[in-house]
Design a protein around this ligand. Structure first.
Ligand SMILES: [Zn+2]
Ligand SMILES: [Zn+2]
Length: 236
């Protein structure tokens, strides 16, 4: 039962990272109702995902400067860049448009307080009542988020795999990343069409997160058909 809970917790954490922080806030690939937006954002805060605005800002720098020293994803810089969070509007650069969304700004300001409270309550309750569910809730998502940032985003998606599109960066589609981030594994497709909610292009490149997006969101942008046409044209 505890194992099933851990797997569910990992799935929810990964889905919030990829669907909400990445595709929704980072790339605005679909829309959510205000209630759904707030619910997912505060759940992400509780699990330790941090500010959606900061996450999206760093990620936009990754797209704009992939592989250069301004890229926040390289492993030697990621930790420091993530700690030096911008907190003044004029420092937001590529993420300035996000400041117009009052709910996201509220989430930006409250995320650390929410996460600290959740961790404290879970740790105290977990040790007092010997409740392993509370203990894994406090700890597991944090390890998973770091694993996604450092191993999956840095190594798998930019070092291992194949490329369908000759983008100017080193992004790759990596089947090894699929068990951890599902459709997020088709990262070369994503770098080529960053605002598409659906990352798959070839038939086997399925994207379960896109199915989830269609369930919870609306006005999804998808470039799958256009991407497939582009790919077939190049393959001839
Ligand atoms: Zn990338
Ligand atoms: Zn992206």
């Amino acid at each position: 039962m505890l194992l099933a809970y851990c797997l569910a917790l990992l799935f929810v954490t990964g889905a919030i990272a990829e669907v909400f922080y990445h595709r929704y806030v980072g790339h605005q690939a679909f829309k959510l109702s205000p209630r759904m937006e707030s619910a997912i954002m505060y759940l992400g805060s509780a699990l330790g995902m941090g500010s959606p605005i900061t996450w999206a800002l760093l990620h936009r720098y990754h797209h704009a400067y992939t592989g250069t020293d301004k890229d926040p994803h390289p492993v030697e810089l990621c930790g420091w860049r993530a700690m030096l969070l911008p907190n003044k509007p004029k420092q937001f650069g590529l993420g300035r448009d996000l400041l117009k969304n009052k709910r996201l700004v509220r989430g930006h300001k409250t995320c650390d307080r929410i996460h600290n409270t959740v961790v404290m309550v879970c740790l105290i309750g977990g040790f007092l009542f010997e409740n392993y569910y509370l203990l894994v809730t406090a700890i597991l998502p944090l390890f998973y988020i770091r694993f996604l940032e450092r191993v999956v985003a840095v190594y798998l998606l930019h070092k291992i795999g194949y490329r369908l599109f000759p983008t100017k960066d080193d992004s790759r589609n990596c089947v090894w990343a699929f068990p951890f981030i599902f459709g997020g594994a088709w990262h070369n497709n994503h770098h080529r069409y960053p605002n598409s909610a659906d990352y798959g292009v070839l038939r086997y490149e399925i994207d379960p997160y896109y199915w989830l997006i269609k369930l919870i969101g609306y006005d999804c942008i998808t470039h799958r058909a256009r991407a497939l046409t582009d790919y077939n044209r190049k393959a001839k």
